[in-house]
Design a protein around this ligand. Structure first.
Ligand SMILES: Cc1ncc(COP(=O)(O)O)c(C=O)c1O
Length: 427
């Protein structure tokens, strides 16, 4: 076949494709693997019971059922949903947005495909197709799902972090303010907060810094809120949410427990929303109705905030504490450090004296029956020749990510097995 540049670049195997393949294999083909990879949220029985209640109510009402399955949604998404969401953002979060600042798409992955390509790439200038526009990721590691999404090459620039040792066997990444450099090619910045893969939450001071930097360069800061506020709010130490009107916020229903509904929401200036809606309509025609219908029900019943605060947050906090206790117990004789798990549902482990790459480590672990995420995929767009915050390029080969969304049995069994493999390697 003679494929286009688009076909070749986006059709190639990428980190996110192998991640989703692993996830599919583990969950569907080989359920005996101890699965600590993937970004699936946990199964939370109280949440699923709540969803079931709302689904029954919709199914029992002919008009609501027809709206759910029998109509194409309007381009920017369900007006009923947006009209329920906006007052929640206004009153619960204090975000001064209107319906015109909101659009719905089929999953936030899809939102990022549109956003990244909307800003990054070449722009014809004075008839010359030469102005390369780049997206800045001010702090690696970042969500690998962004990495291969752009149609053009070389348009993502990542910067390594600085590292603070916060306690014995604990560390936290910070933005290396001296290392992050924007130039005339920079068209947007992007961060996830909390961050996938590390569970880091950028401090309010760092958010102020990034917002000011983006305003100085007259470019948007895209904030991926998949794990944070306004929902599901998996932020353990309750750092306040952050809002600034010049930023673009991307929300998702996935980590609330509904990845199957494929619902992403973008909050941005009207102009950005209008362009994004046009592109989304070209690609998808319309959005799925299922996620917005369920969320409308939750919002109208005032059930969203209690769900986040009283069910999901304590659920994930308990899982985090358990996983962390297992790591400290089984790794007692290993040279390791864990990133402070401030939010989301991952542990990010750093083995400073690892004699092999994290990819080889991942493969060995998979062979032994435990599936983790190779950390190297989360460092992308980094210029390896420059020095970054004192962090060596090797650091990107020394980390793995674990999810703690599984049962205690799987978490403990998986961590014990990881400790065995690492102990043999370091012996
Ligand atoms: C940080 C982050 N952003 C976006 C996504 C995409 O999520 P979805 O397309 O399910 O909304 C994920 C999925 O794992 C993620 O971890």
């Amino acid at each position: 076949m003679k494929y286009s540049h688009f076909g070749q670049k986006l059709g190639a195997n990428s980190g996110i494709v192998s991640l989703m393949e692993d996830l599919g294999e583990a969950l569907n083909v080989n359920p005996d693997l101890l699965f600590l990879g993937g970004g699936n949220p946990a199964q939370v029985p109280e949440f699923e019971a709540l969803v079931a209640k709302h689904m029954h109510a919709i199914a029992d009402n002919t008009e609501r059922l027809h709206k759910l399955i029998g109509i194409y949604q309007s381009p920017r998404g369900s007006e009923e949903f947006i009209s329920a969401l906006v007052p929640y953002l206004n009153s619960h979060m204090g975000w001064p947005v209107t319906n015109k600042n909101v659009a719905v798409v089929n999953g936030s992955q899809s939102a990022f495909f549109i956003l990244l390509n909307m800003f990054a790439g070449r722009k014809e200038q004075h008839g010359v197709n030469d102005a390369l526009r780049q997206i800045i990721f001010p702090m690696m590691p970042e969500y690998l799902g962004y990495a291969d999404q752009t149609i053009e090459q070389g348009v993502l620039r990542g910067f390594m972090p600085s590292i603070e040792q916060t306690a014995d066997a604990r560390f936290k990444y910070h933005i290396d303010k001296d290392g992050v450099t924007l130039d005339e090619h920079s068209v947007a910045m992007c961060v996830s907060r909390p961050t996938n893969p590390t569970g880091n939450i950028l401090t309010l001071e760092e958010m102020d810094y990034l917002t000011a930097l983006s305003q100085q360069h007259d470019i948007p800061l895209i904030v991926d809120c998949a794990y944070g506020h306004p929902f599901p709010g998996i932020c353990y130490d309750d750092p306040q949410h952050y809002f600034n009107e010049s930023n673009i916020y991307v929300l998702s229903l996935s980590k609330l427990g509904m990845p199957g509904t494929r619902t992403g929401i973008i909050i941005a200036a009207e102009d950005v929303i209008n362009k994004l809606v046009n592109i989304n309509t070209l690609i998808n025609l319309a959005n799925g109705n299922f996620g917005p219908a369920l969320m409308t029900s939750l919002l109208q019943g005032n059930e969203l905030a209690p769900l986040c605060d009283n069910t999901l947050l304590p659920f994930y906090r308990q899982k985090r504490d358990f996983a962390l206790a297992c790591v400290d117990k089984y790794f007692a004789d290993i040279d390791y450090a864990v990133h402070e798990p401030e939010g989301a549902f991952f542990l990010w482990l750093w083995f400073k004296s690892l004699p092999i790459s994290s990819e080889e480590l991942y493969l060995q672990m998979k062979q032994r029956g435990v599936l983790v995420m190779d950390g190297s995929h989360f460092f992308f767009g980094v210029d390896e020749t420059s020095s970054h915050g004192g962090v060596s390029a090797q650091h990107a080969q020394q980390c793995i990510r674990l999810t703690y969304c599984q049962s205690e049995k799987v978490i403990e069994g998986g961590i014990a097995l990881i400790a065995e493999v690492i102990t043999e390697l370091l012996a």
